[in-house]
Write a protein that binds this ligand. Structure first.
Ligand code: MN
Ligand code: MN
Length: 304
């Protein structure tokens, strides 16, 4: 078959974006039962990923469960013993894809009444963003609205995390939606799909990388590798995950020396490491995220 025959029509693509969105919605409904103080984070991650598959999708990335000052990119490593802490603020970020068409959505669970308003700030800022997205609007204008709303609540937006364009088997397209007002931005065009993603924090408003990662993604780099495990991992990352992010946890049974393989491939620049991202110790971060298709006069939210 030629490339042309493989290419889906815009309607067929949107059908898949919607199906991914519906699966994400259904999984979100189950979260309340899973995300409780004392629950094991690894059980939440695995339950979410299993539910996605049962409902006919695939995880577009490992389920992220980020607690307190951790903003993003925490998924359980193998045999993780982390539990949901009392008084915590927990972000659960879910990615679903259907044939490469992605839904990306996140919710915050607040187990500390002191930070209920922080969660509200993120949700209110997301709402304003969603109400103002339509074809022709610039992403920096949306960023300005997000920042304004979060500051109205007395918190800070996270300036180095953004919403992002979604494309086929691609989680982070070229266009981004900042959490802050910037002098320039990208024009959002009709039919484009964006993950609109808002972070409010009691901390500095800047996240830093931890020295560790549990999520990886294959980069388009081809250099010779030494380990058999590395070659196997490369095949799986390309054929099964098709360049989308994956977890060490997903591969431990299949690849005995997965840790060594991940190390070799990361060191050689073949894998991108999603380092865990946190604001300063003692701070709290809330997140709200939905996926939208940009329309002429607004946007269609696929994930709610
Ligand atoms: Mn997300
Ligand atoms: Mn996202």
């Amino acid at each position: 078959m030629s490339e042309e025959e493989n290419e889906l029509s815009r309607e067929e693509k949107e059908e898949r974006y919607r199906k991914a969105g519906e699966i994400a919605q259904a999984v979100k409904k189950e979260l309340e039962k899973l995300v409780k103080v004392g629950a094991r984070v690894i059980d939440i991650c695995e339950s979410v990923e299993k539910l996605i598959r049962e409902k006919g999708g695939q995880p577009a990335f490992p389920c992220n469960v980020s607690m307190n000052n951790v903003a993003a990119h925490y998924t359980s490593p193998p045999r993780d013993e982390t539990i949901i802490e009392d008084e915590s603020v927990v972000k659960v970020d879910i990615g679903v894809h259907v044939d490469g068409y992605i839904a990306d959505t996140a919710v915050t669970f607040c187990f500390n009444s002191e930070f209920e308003r922080l969660k509200e700030a993120a949700e209110a800022a997301l709402k304003v963003a969603l109400e103002n997205i339509k074809a022709g609007v610039r992403t920096n204008e949306i960023g300005r609205l997000i920042e304004e709303k979060i500051r109205e609540y007395g918190y800070r937006p996270i300036r180095n995390l953004t919403g992002h364009l979604l494309e086929e088997y691609s989680l982070h397209g070229a266009k981004t939606i900042p959490n802050i007002g910037l002098p320039s931005g990208d024009v959002m065009e009709e039919g484009e799909v964006f993950a609109v993603e808002v972070f409010a924090t009691t901390g500095t408003g800047v996240v830093r990388e931890a020295p560790y990662a549990y999520i990886y993604r294959l980069l388009p780099v081809r250099v010779p590798v030494r380990l058999t495990s590395s070659r196997k991992l490369l095949r799986i990352a390309a054929d099964r995950f098709k360049g989308l992010p994956f977890a060490e946890r997903w591969l431990v049974k299949e690849i005995p020396a997965v840790k060594l393989a991940l190390k070799e491939l990361s060191t050689k620049g073949i894998l991108y490491e999603y380092k865990v991202l946190s604001d300063i110790k003692g701070s709290m971060v809330a997140q709200a995220e939905e996926t939208v298709i940009v329309r002429k006069d607004g946007c269609e939210i696929t994930t709610s």
